[in-house]
Design a protein around this ligand. Structure first.
Ligand code: ADP
Ligand code: MG
Length: 560
């Protein structure tokens, strides 16, 4: 593996550009892709996560090969959003700062087309575009891609998710045969495969196994609250972290807007980023977030895809995503560049299974944290304020006002003055938190959850031990506790390990002719699931399931 940019065969102009950005050694995707792009001309499909340094992986070789004297468009980068267009062209501009005369033009929907036409007419060695707008510009004969040597599809899965299928097809049809194509994608759904098959020449598929360079530095936590307390928990998390600089992920556009509005109303520096906003609004929001005048960016996955903001203190899953893969994307936004990152999920009691499935995929454990209470939060904020006061620079300007200050404050004993000043800042907090209830689920309600938690821990620990000690059946099992009255436990050898979901169990029963009413509690452990079944159907269910296959697994069903 190449560990030094000097070994990659890049010119000094480019090396100086990236040195200035502080890139010291190539990321794995760069080490893998750059040398190959410089020596052969095969097409490549590269599967890599967000934050792995893909822009430089394709950008550096393209810039290296560019013929500045030839005014024609030599490379085309397609990406899903305007934000990404701008980010990529900014990055390419930075890499090539010392290579003079390179023109990079980005074109995207939602901005005045006349301006973009003008920019293209003045020459564009590289066009960075969203598919829809580019197609429009090609039709208007403002963009000419007939001479491109390299075509890059960045975040291809997301472009297809966003419905750019037809535009992509149309553009790919028009690109010259002789081009080289590079496709970058986090995932490889059928649609992306189709694009690769139809428009690429025998592409080599490169998977960069190492996820985000920073993912190792990310710690995962969850807070478990009642569904109706989700928002209150978010506020507590924000209050408990006075320096928070976070993306808060929501599932839908509506939810994103709702949460951002509520946060604003409650006095937080927050705003929403989602697809219903106009381009100007999106720019405004991103600008404020980058400048840190916004501390909380409430976003959908699509809107936030690929956006590179460094130094996030937290990624917050206001709601966990449907697909586990998205969780990896989300959490990969934090913990970049050797910094510690924190990924937080707010979940309700029913969502613990999701946490477990994520743990299995990311191969890391979550830690459950108690939702901070009034006292902890007030103390944290107070210390933050005092530290801020301690560290403030006292400027000479204040001297001119000392007489007035002394008149007002001279008589007040220091201790009282401190109390007054802090109360002035703090009464708002005290007022809010005086009424604040404990968001943690109280013992009684928690009982059931706690039991599952306990047995889960046990089954996990013992799984590890079991792996060493051999096949101790009991050790890999958990204790489901009492079954409901009139029901019996049926134990089936499917568990978290197999990513089984309660709803799949219910469909499985349905397939055997057992309705939902006959199914009681379902307890999932690492290796087994216990399904509560009505006495009258229990034996029948066992006979149906035992020996049946589930995927490649042969089921073993035992009545307990
Ligand atoms: P991706 O497109 O894979 O999501 P980016 O190309 O946007 O990732 O890069 C993510 C971040 O990592 C950017 O801030 C970029 O400047 C930084 N970066 C990329 N390559 C390197 C490197 N070799 N060393 C240090 N930082 C890098
Ligand atoms: Mg990218």
């Amino acid at each position: 593996m190449i560990t030094d940019f000097l070994e990659l065969g890049l010119s000094n102009e480019i090396l100086n550009g990236i040195a200035e950005l502080g890139f010291e050694k190539p990321t794995p995707v760069q080490a893998r892709i750059i040398p190959q792009l410089l020596v052969d001309d095969n097409d490549i499909v590269c599967l890599a996560q967000t934050g792995t340094g893909k822009t430089a992986a394709f950008g550096l070789p393209v810039l290296e090969y560019l013929d500045v004297k030839n005014p024609a468009t030599q490379a085309l980068v397609l990406c899903p959003t305007r934000e990404l267009c701008r980010q990529i062209s900014r990055d390419l501009g930075n890499y090539s700062k010392y290579k003079e005369g390179i023109r990079i033009v980005s074109v995207y929907g939602g901005a005045a087309i006349q301006w973009q036409i003008k920019a293209l007419r003045s020459g564009a060695h590289i066009i960075v575009a969203t598919p829809g707008r580019l197609l429009d510009l090609i039709k208007r004969e403002a963009a000419d891609i007939s001479g491109i040597g390299t075509l890059i599809l960045d975040e291809a899965d997301e472009m297809l998710n966003m419905g750019f299928k037809e535009e992509l097809d149309a553009i790919l049809e028009q690109a010259p045969e002789s081009r080289r194509s590079l496709l970058f994608s986090a995932t490889l759904p059928k649609e992306v495969e189709r694009i690769a098959k139809s428009y690429m020449k025998d592409p080599q598929i490169v998977t960069v196994g190492e996820r985000n360079a920073g993912a190792q530095n990310v710690e995962h936590f969850y807070y478990m609250v009642r569904e109706e307390d989700r928002y209150a928990a978010l506020k507590r998390i924000a209050d408990y972290n006075p320096d928070i600089y976070a993306i808060v992920f929501c599932k839908t556009r509506e939810e994103t807007q709702k949460i951002a509005d509520a946060l604003q109303k409650d006095g937080y520096d927050a705003d929403a980023l989602h697809g219903d906003l106009s381009q100007a609004q999106r720019d405004n929001v991103m600008g404020r977030f980058r400048r840190r005048s916004l501390h909380l960016l409430v976003a959908t996955d699509v809107a936030a895809r690929g956006i590179d903001v460094s130094d996030l203190s937290h990624v917050i899953n206001y709601n966990l995503p449907q697909e586990i893969e998205l969780y990896t994307h989300r959490s990969g936004r934090t913990g970049r560049a050797d910094k510690k990152g924190v990924s937080i999920a707010i979940i309700n009691q029913k969502e613990k299974g999701k946490i477990r499935r994520i743990e299995d995929v990311i191969k890391k454990q979550f830690t459950r944290l108690p939702v901070p209470g009034a006292r902890e939060i007030c103390e944290k904020q107070l210390v933050h304020l005092i530290d801020g006061i301690n560290n403030v620079e006292v400027r000479d300007d204040i001297h001119a006002f000392m007489t007035t200050i002394n008149e007002k404050w001279g008589e007040i004993p220091k201790e009282d003055l401190v109390k007054k000043i802090l109360s002035y800042e703090f009464n708002r907090f005290f007022d809010y938190y005086r009424k604040a209830k404990d968001l943690n689920i109280p013992e009684k309600e928690k009982k059931e959850g706690k039991k599952a938690e306990g047995s889960r821990k046990k089954s996990r620990q013992e799984t590890d031990a079991g792996a060493v000690a051999g096949k101790d059946k009991k050790a890999r099992d958990g204790d489901p506790g009492e079954c409901e009255k009139g029901f019996r436990w049926l134990r089936v050898n499917l568990g978290y390990k197999n990513n089984i979901l309660p709803r799949e169990i219910i469909s499985m029963m349905k397939a055997c002719g057992i309705g939902k009413k006959s199914v009681g509690k379902i307890e999932i452990f690492n290796d087994y699931v216990y399904v509560g079944l009505k006495d009258s159907v229990a034996d029948y269910a066992r006979s149906q399931l035992n020996g049946a296959s589930f995927g490649r697994r042969r089921l073993n069903a035992v009545l307990m």
